[in-house]
Design a protein around this ligand. Sequence first.
Ligand code: SF4
Ligand code: SF4
Length: 196
Amino acid sequence: MKSSIKKDTFKAIYRLLDRFSPINGNCGKLCGSICCTYEYETSSESQPSIDENLSLGLYLLPGEEKLFTGREDWLEWNWEYAEDYEFPESWHGKVYFLKCKTAPFCHREMRPLQCRIFPLTPHLDENGQLFMIYQSGQLPYTCPLISEKIKLNDDFVKANFTVWKHLLRDPLIRDLVEMDSYFRIQDGEDINILYP
Ligand code: SF4
Ligand code: SF4
């Protein structure tokens, strides 16, 4: 998929978000890094299907794959055609899903955006205004930062807002956030606004 976000811009976004974390210290200590390891725990009991693997994998935003060679030994690459799954109609071609083979340990400076923004997600209201909210919907695990409403670092939340304001200039990424926001509203999910 043709993204308007340049490789250098993705790099700059990674570097910016490298500077901030949801709370001081390693929040993985609160939960055994469940958001990194969940699929590995379940797969030891029963082998998930390809689709389940994909749904629990990390997806890359259009163009984010430019930061990777595809030969990283700590990542397993999968892809599907956007047309075969519930992605925006404007999306055509390959969507990449990664599985982290060494979770919860990884090349931290190269972890995908999906890892960097959690437990936040961008939300666009009916007027198209951007907010950072808690990741909503059904998660297959409990993140204590969300369930216990642990105060997140302001600079982490604000940096995410800045990043998403920029990312939303890309039509494909905007379409994704619009679609997710629309479903969130339609499904009556909790929308906990953290910023602004
Ligand atoms: S973001 Fe939530 S689920 Fe993930 S490691 Fe931190 S506390 Fe655990
Ligand atoms: S890339 Fe790193 S932060 Fe992301 S799931 Fe893998 S181990 Fe966790």
